[in-house]
Write a protein that binds this ligand. Structure first.
Ligand code: NAD
Ligand code: TDX
Length: 352
């Protein structure tokens, strides 16, 4: 169960002065994980004051924040804009940094936006955090560790060597390194988390699970890369974000925490679950070109987060979480429909 009761119950260090409410700057808060973080934080930590900065790239969507729109401040802007970031960081206590270019396939076709947002953007935030003496929680990915063999029982830990494969994961790896260097050299207060594959509502239709669900809802076949043997370690987005809240409140500066919920599944297994749940047979499955450099397997050892910070995942029934996700896309066509044609046109160009 979540460890998200009243913070004082656990002797949690307050991040702002007594009697003041903590002010959070959430970067990338109109994206998939960032918007779900804002929803969860509004529910679990209603006294936090939240400002979102998001440049609204193709994956940023104000509609993802519509239920909380009146309760937050929203700034449309780029984290690479030092002046803007400087002003926003100075007014807040903590930056929760989700903003990034996030899709591997895009990074293979055009790496520059990844270098810009993930590396330069993180640098801008670090400099503002250093100048104003604020705190940072940096959101990263397990992909910084590269991949594991399919038949190897080993999992990633906080001590695994960095070995990223794609332009996306290499820029995320670089951003992690910048954060650690700013902690060591300049003494800023920062924590890092590296999470496995998220699923849940409000994820862009370019990503594996929403792409397949919305393909079926559009009368199109599922698109499986290669043989579908690749393994991903699935976690519900609310479990990722409950872990982020735990780290914000209990994590130690300079520490890295891996977030995962023991959700390893190969792609073909997930595709078959989607087919079954949506009442389709295997004639709806199409094998398409494999991703170049396709990572084989990711798997997270979450021992440190559980033992040191007492976090527990809540959505451990993947089938139930997947069904709820299918229901969300079925009931929220107006959210994803406008994104679908452009996304599929991009895939068509690269044969996927
Ligand atoms: P997403 O692409 O859905 O959202 C990213 C958001 O960041 C978008 O709203 C976009 O507009 C914004 N953004 C991008 N560049 C920006 C810039 N320069 N300035 C301001 N805003 C900018 O991605 P996501 O899946 O929500 O991922 C969020 C974070 O979590 C990323 O840092 C990603 O690396 C990390 N992560 C994702 C997963 C996953 O499974 N999706 C797993 C582990 C870690
Ligand atoms: O149509 C598809 N068919 C398919 O077989 C797509 C889009 C993907 N795949 C495969 C590729 C991967 O093995 O599914 C798996 C998951 O693919 P993605 O959803 O693109 O995720 P992945 O590349 O694993 O990266 C995700 O998890 C880690 C996020 O996009 C990253 O932001 C995060 O860091």
């Amino acid at each position: 169960m979540y460890d998200l009761d009243h913070p004082l119950k656990f002797g949690i260090v307050r991040l702002c002065k007594e009697g003041e409410f903590m002010k959070l700057l959430v970067t990338g808060g109109a994206g998939f994980i960032g918007s779900n973080f804002v929803h969860l934080a509004r529910k679990e930590r209603p006294d936090w004051q939240i400002t979102v900065i998001d440049k609204l790239n193709y994956a940023g969507n104000k509609a993802s924040l519509k239920e909380v729109w009146e309760e937050i401040e929203f700034i449309e802007g780029d984290i690479c804009n030092q002046e803007l970031i400087d002003g926003l960081v100075s007014k807040n206590d903590l930056v929760v940094h989700f903003a990034a270019e996030s899709h591997n396939d895009n990074s293979l076709n055009d790496p520059w936006p990844f270098v810009e947002s993930n590396l330069i953007g993180t640098y801008r935030i670090l400099e503002a955090v250093r100048k104003h003496g604020k705190k940072l929680h940096h959101i990263s990915t397990d992909e910084v560790y590269g991949d594991l063999e399919l038949d190897d029982p080993v999992k990633f830990t906080e001590h695994t060597r960095y070995n990223p494969s794609s332009p996306y994961s290499s820029t995320k790896a670089g951003s992690d390194m910048l954060v650690l260097a700013w902690v060591r050299s300049f003494g800023i207060h920062a924590t890092i988390s590296n999470c496995s594959n998220n699923y849940g509502p409000r994820q862009h239709v370019e990503k594996m699970i929403p792409r397949q669900i919305t393909n079926i809802l559009s009368g199109e076949k599922l698109k499986l890369y290669g043989k579908g043997e690749n393994v991903r370690d699935w976690i519900h987005v609310d479990d990722h974000n409950s872990a982020v809240i735990t780290i914000i409140e209990k994590g130690k500066s300079g520490e890295v925490y891996l977030i995962g919920a023991d959700g390893e599944k190969n792609n073909i297994e997930v595709f078959n679950m989607i087919l079954n749940m949506m009442g389709k047979d295997e004639t709806w499955l199409e094998h398409v070109k494999d991703r170049p450099g396709h990572d084989l397997r990711y798997a997270i050892d979450n021992t440190k987060l559980i033992n040191e910070l007492g976090w527990r995942p809540k959505y451990t029934d993947f089938a139930a979480g997947l069904q709820a996700t299918i229901d969300w896309y079925t009931n929220n066509e107006d959210w994803w429909k406008p994104l679908k044609a452009e996304t599929e046109a991009k895939y068509k160009k690269i044969g996927q």
